[in-house]
Design a protein around this ligand. Structure first.
Ligand code: 5AD
Ligand code: FES
Length: 353
């Protein structure tokens, strides 16, 4: 018997077991993560499962990056407070509403308000913004992505109408977390925030960077185990990308291949999850987002921020879509989704169990 047939059997077994059981042992996950041997079968299976649940539908979220001020100093992030060469901006409530209006006309039914941790936007201001969006666009979902806040604050935003919250855990390993963040931040508090958000009733998105400095396979396995425990409705992952004005300026970026592999694994483990093909994936490779969709992703997040501030929301170098108007970004991404064989839908795109 040829060794190829034997190999094909193993390949089939491990991927179909992942599909059936929605889990694997640590050792098996390492095998999937550490070689490209399983990739084509992984991508094929992930796409089949995604199509069995979502068909070719891709949900679209309009991203409004409303402040690049941040009080945190994460070593990987371009908008960290220690980056003194970055010009800072804040959008006014009126400017945020204008972004939503443009977005609504373009068919967006979810607005993601993303920003650094900026205390200028206190609870009262944020609630006013959320309420105004919800009262003007009651058929839309509002997603917040504004970092770590108290239980009380999360509760207030939820009361004002926020539906969803994105807070990546970044890495589920304590020691690794400490290598990516200053002393005053902790994985334990991050996890507590995620638990609070769930308890309050948000649809929650978590996730991590792929190929962040010092990351090992065992950390990725911990990320997967943490997600299995948390059961988020959304999982955002993208490659770590170097930013030249951060302490990680000499670190190398994560890879397209490993990110795609993880997307496929996550689709098989969490068949119903909302999985974005991220801007970071589109930045690392010109067809990164298309490849992400083919590996199981089913969400895209075009940028709705005013072009004049786009370049300043620089989490990493060479970020794409920084010169395009919202309409251009929308049609560019429409074309990309179609080219990949999928179809963008006008819908809130809620998670369904
Ligand atoms: N490369 C890739 N992703 C980054 N993020 C922040 N900095 C970088 C970077 N240099 C991600 C983090 C954060 C999200 C908003 O952007 O995971 O949670
Ligand atoms: Fe923004 Fe292509 S998605 S320009």
């Amino acid at each position: 018997m040829s060794s190829k047939i034997f190999d094909m059997n193993i390949e089939n077994q491990i991927v179909s077991r992942l599909e059936e059981d929605r889990t694997l042992s640590d050792k098996e996950l390492s095998a999937l993560l550490e070689t490209d041997f399983f990739d084509s079968l992984l991508f094929e299976s992930a796409d089949r499962i995604r199509k069995s649940i979502y068909g070719t539908d891709v949900y679209v979220r309009g991203l409004v990056e409303f402040t690049n001020y941040c009080k945190n100093n994460c070593y990987y992030c371009g908008i960290r407070c220690g980056n003194t060469v970055l010009p800072r901006y804040r959008l006014s409530q009126k400017e945020i509403m204008d972004c939503c209006e443009t977005g609504y006309k373009l068919g967006f039914r979810t607005f993601v308000l993303q920003g650094g941790e900026d205390d200028f936007f206190n609870d009262e201001t944020l609630c006013a913004i959320i309420s105004e969006i919800k009262s003007k666009y009651p058929d839309c979902a509002v997603t917040l992505s504004i970092g770590e806040k108290s239980y009380k604050s999360y509760k207030l935003y939820f009361g004002a109408g926020a539906d969803r919250y994105l807070l990546r855990h970044e890495t589920a390993d304590d020691e690794h977390y400490q290598k990516l963040h200053p002393q005053n931040m902790s994985l334990q508090y991050r996890k507590e925030c995620l638990r609070n958000l769930k308890e309050i009733g948000y649809q929650v998105g978590s996730g991590f960077m792929v190929g962040s400095p010092f990351q090992e396979t065992e950390h990725l396995i911990k990320d997967i185990r943490f997600l299995q425990e948390l059961k988020p409705e959304m999982i955002g992952i993208g490659p770590f990308l170097t930013h030249s004005d951060t302490p990680f300026k000499d670190q190398k970026s994560g890879s397209l291949e490993l990110t795609l592999r993880l997307l496929a694994i996550l689709r098989l483990m969490f068949p119903n999850v909302l999985l974005p093909a991220t801007t970071a994936l589109g930045t690392i490779s010109p067809d990164g987002r298309e490849l992400g969709l083919k590996a199981g992703a089913n969400v895209v997040m075009p940028n709705l921020s005013p072009v004049k501030v786009r370049k300043q929301y620089a989490l990493y170098d060479n970020k794409i879509c920084t010169g395009e108007e919202a309409a251009e970004c929308r049609s560019c991404i429409d074309l990309r989704v179609n080219t990949a064989g999928y179809r963008m839908v006008v819908s809130r795109g809620d998670f369904f169990k």
